[in-house]
Design a protein around this ligand. Structure first.
Ligand code: PAN
Ligand code: ZN
Length: 196
């Protein structure tokens, strides 16, 4: 059935070490500080920065249309080194719209932290370094933070029907932030307000 000629996957080439992708099907986006306003906790520090600064770039291929059950997407993300105030550059982060869809991340260069959060806001981090492989279990929101002084590059593979839920992260953030403390990155967990 799959060989009957109805479906020919698009040709794409990747450069493992730089994260570059080539092919007619490749899509790309660059996220600037302007688009990320509200995600960093220090609004004053953000106001003092050039809002056209690129925080990260994503390239990816969608060999089947979004929402297709059983397909896979593939892409790279490069996060620049930098901070807004004491908070390291990072991705937006998201839950998958279909919560029971997982993902793989694999790191090529740089160093950072993968921040994972479940629906109850319990949050933990995994170290990212060249060669680190991350199985992101279904139900976990995921964000990557570049804690190094060079670009952080990782590849990702995710289900074509996963979808991205950015709204809940924009509204409530993650349960922890990665901040510069005493000259090194520290994971600062949110204060849980007392329940009456
Ligand atoms: C990744 C991410 C990519 C950018 O491909 O989409 O790293 O991060 P944000 O989407 O949070 O801006 C992925 O997790 N796809 O599902
Ligand atoms: Zn994802």
């Amino acid at each position: 059935m799959i060989f009957n000629g109805d479906y020919v996957p698009p040709e794409v080439q990747i450069d493992w070490l730089t994260g570059m992708m080539r092919g007619s099907d490749v899509q790309q986006t660059a996220k600037t500080l302007r688009e990320m306003a509200g995600l960093f906790h220090d609004a004053d520090a953000l106001r003092g920065m050039d809002e056209s600064t690129v925080v990260y770039r994503v390239q990816w291929t969608e060999p089947v249309s979004q929402g297709t059950i059983g397909g896979l997407f593939w892409g790279s993300t490069i996060i620049e080194p930098g901070r807004v105030g004491d908070e390291y550059f990072m991705t937006h982060g998201h839950f998958h719209s279909l919560r029971d869809r997982g993902e793989y991340y694999g790191t090529i260069g740089g160093k950072g932290l993968l921040v994972l959060m479940d629906e109850s806001r319990a949050t933990r981090t995994d170290a990212m370094f060249p060669g680190s492989l991350h199985y992101i279990a279904s139900g976990l929101a995921h964000r990557v933070v570049n804690t190094g002084d060079e670009p952080l590059l990782f590849w990702a593979c995710w289900p074509s029907d996963a979808g991205h839920d950015y709204a809940s992260i924009k509204a409530d953030g993650f349960g922890a932030r990665v901040l510069l403390r005493d000259g090194k990155p520290a994971v600062i967990h949110e204060q849980i307000s007392a329940q009456l």
